[in-house]
Write a protein that binds this ligand. Sequence first.
Ligand code: ZN
Length: 155
Amino acid sequence: MAPCPDCGAPIADNASCRSLFDELLAHEYAFPAAFGAVHHLTVAAYYLQHPRGFSRAAMRGWRAIITESLDGTATPADFLRRARAQSDANVRIRERNAEPPEGWPRTWPMTVADAVVPLGEEPNADGHIRRVTQWAKAIRETLDARLLPADAQLE
Ligand SMILES: [Zn+2]
């Protein structure tokens, strides 16, 4: 058991955050209601906690998805439209060797390890939606509470 260097999640030796993330995605494909409700949050939450190799524009986009989705000011369809517009405008998402901004959290109150189906729970859509929403809220609170340098505010 060693903590993930990016998000601090406790990770079993034969696992990784990426494998837990894949588990969440598989779960969403198995439960379309869960996919429709929170897939955008799952992706944004995972990458905000593993931002190495991504541009500031990408990070800004994920943070906006979490904020606007939790506030109910934008829908998954809006996010898709935005992603398409970004891609048409050739906004760079991947950025080789990009590191998160100075002061970006490396440990979080909730991680991908807390979002997977817990032992003893029968996989279902509602539990997944509840956990992912909780995860997104925790990320928002963590980032809002942190005084980051201007660059890291992603404005
Ligand atoms: Zn991690």
